[in-house]
Write a protein that binds this ligand. Structure first.
Ligand code: IPM
Ligand code: MG
Length: 371
């Protein structure tokens, strides 16, 4: 019997709770049928945590996050909390988790399932078979740069500041992850910045170039400006393999990439830190979609990005490749049968609920594993 795997579950707000429930059912199924054991703790994060605990993430929850093997995160935010001070807003809890766990490498794979290629807003031949990976730097850049704030500079005049900054080691460590991942894929990295206008852009390009020359010249490397990359992603996305980019551009480009796959409800992500001296790597897994307050509580959310995030956890945190692939295969089969939540349905197809989609995945797991 493999040793316990400690997971912290943070469903968060809105549809985060609904999609996480479907993962909890899959965990139950695995424990009963696959002789694995997980030690699962569940806590609050985001607006729900603010309402009940006075902050978007409590220190106790943060301590727990630092102790476990992996964090599974749903989604945070909603109009209810739009007007509270920024440091306590739902998103602050998420940013603190990323920063305090030092999860600098955010992997956002955009894969088009054959059965869903028609749901993309792009023509079939442009997206069919697409398999790209956006690697987003997650703990620096304009999300965390100082100084930041709004200051008075005169009568009725204020000034708002955000700072984009990167150090050599920050760019080097994310670039290493990009090159290492590319080697296991199609061996092609596109590094994306705005070196035509930004100092950090020129810097980013030079640091990536130098590392490539010294250690990774067996990997194909291209550089691209971020605006062009946004265009190329909808013009000819299959030209990419790994897109390496900073925190803000990665945020934008991964939403574009998500739509190529048919829906934001289909994109999982893994956020990883460095491996420490005990061989442990901090890790958090979350769907790229948000809390979708407009459809929360209605059973309309697509749980597949959340379920695939769990599959990524099995692969990257627990070396359970077979089980991870089993879940992916189950999802593929469910989609091939034409089962669709509202976000991925076409024309006259009937949509099923969040719960029914979760059940369908478990039925497929049973079928595939003969249990
Ligand atoms: C994401 C989200 C977050 C981000 C928000 C919720 C703070 O959009 O993970 O892409 O901007 O990073
Ligand atoms: Mg985003």
């Amino acid at each position: 019997m493999p040793s316990n795997k400690k997971i912290l579950i943070l469903p968060g707000d809105g549809i985060g709770v609904e999609v996480m429930n479907e993962v909890l059912n899959i965990i139950d199924w695995m424990v009963k049928n696959k002789s694995v054991s997980f030690e699962v703790t569940e806590r609050l994060v985001g607006g729900t945590a603010y309402d009940k605990e006075g902050d978007s993430i409590s220190d106790t929850t943060m301590e727990e996050a630092l102790k476990v093997d992996a964090v599974l995160f749903g989604a945070v935010g909603g109009p209810k909390w739009d007007n509270i001070e920024r440091s306590k807003r739902p998103e602050a809890g998420l940013l603190r988790l990323r920063k305090d766990l030092d999860l600098f490498a955010n992997l956002r794979p955009a894969v088009v399932f054959d059965a869903l290629a028609e749901s993309s807003s792009l023509k079939l031949d442009i997206v069919k078979g697409l398999d790209i990976l956006i690697l987003r730097e997650l703990t620096s850049g304009v999300y965390f740069g100082k100084p930041r704030g709004i200051e008075k500079i005169g009568n009725n005049e204020e000034k708002a500041i955000d700072t984009q900054s990167y150090t050599t080691s920050e760019v080097v460590r994310i670039s290493r992850v990009a090159f290492d991942l590319a080697k296991k894929r199609s061996n092609n990295v596109t590094s994306v910045e705005k070196s035509n206008v930004m100092e950090t852009g020129i810097f980013w390009r030079n640091v990536v170039k130098e590392l490539h020359l010294k250690e990774y010249n067996d990997v194909k490397l291209d550089h691209m400006l971020a605006d062009n990359c946004a265009m190329q992603l909808v013009r000819n996305p299959k030209q990419f393999d790994v897109i390496l980019t900073d925190n803000l551009f990665g945020d934008l480009l991964s939403d574009i990439a998500a739509m190529l796959t048919g829906s934001l409800g289909m994109l999982p992500s893994a956020s990883l830190g460095n491996i420490d001296e005990n061989g442990k790597r901090a890790a958090m897994y979350e769907p790229v979609h948000g809390s979708a307050p407009d459809i929360a509580g209605q059973g309309k959310a697509n749980p597949l990005a959340m379920i695939m995030s769990f599959a990524m956890m099995l692969k990257y945190s627990f070396d359970m490749n077979e089980d991870s692939e089993l879940i992916e295969k189950a999802i593929q089969n469910v989609l091939s049968k034409g089962l669709r939540t509202p976000d991925i349905k076409q024309g006259s197809e009937t949509a099923i609920s969040t719960k029914d989609m979760g059940k369908a995945v478990i039925d497929e797991l049973k079928h595939l594993s003969g249990k």
